[in-house]
Design a protein around this ligand. Structure first.
Ligand code: ADP
Length: 364
């Protein structure tokens, strides 16, 4: 079976083509700078058409008919979607309803989905939601202590993101530890441009650091993570900023970039810190401090853990982060393993597509 996985973002469309059940990656690529005049790709419709051309001239396919199913990454599924869903007009309407929660991501995801439905012969197209994995976390960990009416009226709550990455890493950890997931307590730490942590008991998340949007939790490339909301009001008053301007500061100008004043990229921050730049050093210290703080909190919530798993571009390529966690855990919990596990969100999406494919088509 061949499954095509599409990640249609606001300015790029990425694809991976897998052969199952072997889980072989047979083609991959991306179309960058969608919507920018210099790229020649005006919109997502043209982007998907360019991908089709590339796939057909690549090593994986000779005809689009060979694709058995397509999996689409959808960032926000709200409370409605607890699992991957075969896309039909009802599912599209529901994703449209979630645009309010993810105004940058969901429209781009939808544009890709709509064009793929037109351009590919297969109608087995599946939406896999970043938020779905967290729909099982308990109320006490996802309801904010705001007036309850805002949850009832506007569905203001923690949703959680990076679900496919945390799920993939937890499954890999079970394999590496040679134990079923149902007997493991894990903390998974995804450190990329966006960063998040999840506490998993028997494979089920019980808490996660990202919230209503991907802004909450750890410090990130350009996002601030947790802070006192009153500080935001204070800055807005003093600088005379409106909501959109402040939103931009919290999401695009904070994190590594904000503290260091240099870059959002961890490589540049690390290099500057090593050559003595004080604010770059401070940025790294804040980053590590928060990871440790969440690790401690999740360790307590889970009443001990079997392994802490580090992943994402930062986690996979900077061994000192896992080393630092090992050092901190050594004295209080020497048996806890710290594993570095490369993530593969597209493969996780393909696995979920396969599950649904088997269920609906009744193939083994
Ligand atoms: P995204 O969240 O967009 O998928 P990634 O998971 O690729 O991003 O993570 C991007 C981060 O990983 C950047 O801060 C970058 O500095 C860091 N990173 C990527 N590759 C390396 C590397 N070889 N060495 C050190 N840091 C790296």
């Amino acid at each position: 079976m061949k499954f095509l996985i599409i990640n249609s973002g606001s300015s790029s469309i990425k694809y991976k083509l897998f052969r199952f059940p072997q889980e072989d990656l047979i083609d991959s690529g991306d179309i960058e700078r969608v919507g920018e005049p210099s790229s020649g790709i005006k919109d997502h419709n043209q982007g998907v058409k360019a991908i089709i051309k590339r796939i057909l001239s690549g090593p994986g396919l000779s005809s689009l008919d060979e694709i058995d199913a397509i999996g689409h990454r959808v960032v926000h599924g709200g409370e409605k979607f607890k699992e991957p869903r075969l896309i039909d007009s009802k599912v599209i309407k529901q994703i449209e309803k979630c645009i309010d929660f993810a105004p940058l991501h969901n429209p781009a995801n939808l544009a890709g989905i709509k064009q793929c439905l037109k351009s590919f012969p297969t109608d087995f197209q599946v939406a896999v939601f970043d938020t779905a994995f967290y729909q099982m976390i308990p109320d006490y960990s996802c309801i904010y202590p705001l007036p309850y009416i805002y949850y009832k009226k506007y569905k203001i709550r923690k949703y959680g993101f990076h679900g496919t990455s945390h799920q993939f890493v937890s499954l890999r950890a079970a394999k590496l530890l040679k134990k079923p997931l149902s007997r493991l307590k894990l903390i998974t730490i995804h450190l990329g441009n966006g960063c998040s942590m999840t506490a998993l008991n028997k494979g089920r998340p019980i808490d996660t650091s990202m919230g209503f949007t991907p802004l909450e939790g750890l410090m990130m490339g350009t996002r601030c993570g947790d802070l006192d909301v009153a500080a935001v009001f204070n800055v807005m008053k003093k600088e005379g900023l409106n909501i959109d301007q402040m939103d931009k500061i919290l999401n695009k100008k904070s994190g590594f970039l904000g503290v260091s004043g240099l870059s959002n990229d961890f490589r540049a921050i690390k290099k500057a810190a090593c050559s003595g730049n004080k604010r770059a050093k401070l940025a790294v210290q804040i980053f590590l401090h928060r990871i440790k703080k969440y690790t401690g909190a999740y360790f307590f919530l889970l009443r001990g853990v079997d392994a802490v798993c580090v992943t994402g571009g930062i986690g996979e390529n900077n061994p000192e982060i896992a080393r630092e966690l090992r050092k901190s855990l050594k004295k209080i919990a020497p048996k806890v393993k710290v594993l570095v596990i490369p993530t593969n969100e597209e493969l996780m999406i393909a696995k979920l597509v396969q599950e649904l494919f088997k269920k609906k088509k009744k193939v083994n």
